[in-house]
Design a protein around this ligand. Structure first.
Ligand code: NAP
Length: 287
């Protein structure tokens, strides 16, 4: 490897499914940067040694995907975002120190800003469905934007309670059965569950309950237009999709590793959509 070639990678187990190489290599070409971005399949028992030798392997940083995000947090110097989310997805070497962050937070917020400008100008109540890792990033982001009323709804109440304890009084829990009742007067609905993906049950949601100026965001990106987003569009509600979030969350890593802040463009979206394949475009039925 040339000493001037900056390289980064995505580390996962498995890692074949990751779209990060497609996104970062698109930007490297677009900006004429002599860099490289690779996939690294690393089993859990080898992860610590791998990231301990990132520099020796020629890497300036890395993305981290399943199942390594918690280990990446523990083995690096995390920022406040990664600590709040409880997982790191982006690593970089800073004068020999391995630092980490979680870019799902800004991916979610930047995508919302791009798709529904001023959504937070007069923030009302947000309803967040799901209480997994992605929900943590979303709730952290909503609180950072001063939304002080977040209704969290999850199939397993204990998981929602864990997040309420973590994030405090701004988060209120409602039962899964009260999902539709919670939509009245909501300004923002965010799906962070896996419902809407292929072979998953449909999300039991009736969007007729949402006010006409509400925004609907879905983190699921296969299909790109989920049944939830299709129903929101049919009601002429503003929407933000999971593919947009995926692209926006990649920006910070690229800037950290390669020194240029890349743009999320319609052309990049098309490239990734094409790679996701025709099934990614098709919504399956809503209840
Ligand atoms: P996770 O930690 O496994 O959480 C999954 C969530 O889905 C939990 O709240 C779980 O509820 C809920 N769920 C699963 N099956 C369900 C069912 N049959 N009925 C009701 N709820 C169900 O996953 P995650 O990391 O948070 O990811 C969630 C989704 O966000 C995935 O589709 C992922 O691809 C997507 N995501 C997208 C981006 C992006 O950039 N677009 C970034 C991160 C994540 P329980 O607590 O009851 O199990």
């Amino acid at each position: 490897m040339s000493s001037t070639l900056r390289a980064a990678c995505v580390i996962g187990w498995p890692v074949e499914h990751s779209r990060s190489p497609l996104i970062h290599n698109y930007w490297l070409k677009q900006y004429g940067i002599a860099g490289a971005y690779r996939r690294e399949a690393v089993p859990p028992e080898q992860f610590a040694a791998f990231i301990g030798s990132l520099a020796a392997r020629g890497y300036v940083g890395a993305n981290v995907t399943l199942p390594h995000k918690e280990a990446a947090l523990a083995l690096s110097q995390p920022d406040a975002r990664a600590l709040a989310v409880g997982a790191a997805n982006t690593l970089w070497l800073d004068a020999g120190v391995l630092r980490s962050t979680n870019t799902d937070v800004e991916g979610f917020l930047d995508n919302l800003d791009a798709c529904a400008p001023h959504w937070d100008r007069s923030p009302g109540r947000a309803v967040v469905l799901g209480a997994g890792g992605a929900a943590r990033a979303v709730i952290y982001g909503l609180i950072a934007r001063s939304l002080d009323q977040i209704v969290l709804i999850n199939r397993t109440p204990g998981h929602a309670e864990d997040l309420r304890q973590k994030f405090g009084a701004r988060v209120r829990i409602a039962p899964w059965e009260a999902l539709n009742a919670a939509l009245a007067d909501a300004a923002l609905l965010v799906n962070t569950t896996t419902l809407g993906m292929p072979r998953q049950p449909a999300l039991p949601v009736d969007l007729a309950r949402l006010p006409g100026d509400a925004v609907v965001a879905d983190l699921v990106y296969v299909p790109v237009c989920t049944p939830l987003l299709a129903a929101a569009k049919a009601r002429a509600l503003r929407t933000a999709d999971g593919l947009g979030m995926l692209l926006h969350q990649a920006v910070r890593g690229f800037a950290l590793w390669f020194g240029t802040t890349p743009a999320v463009t319609a052309e990049l979206r098309k490239v990734v959509e094409a790679d996701l394949g025709p099934s990614a475009a098709k919504p399956t039925g809503l209840t």
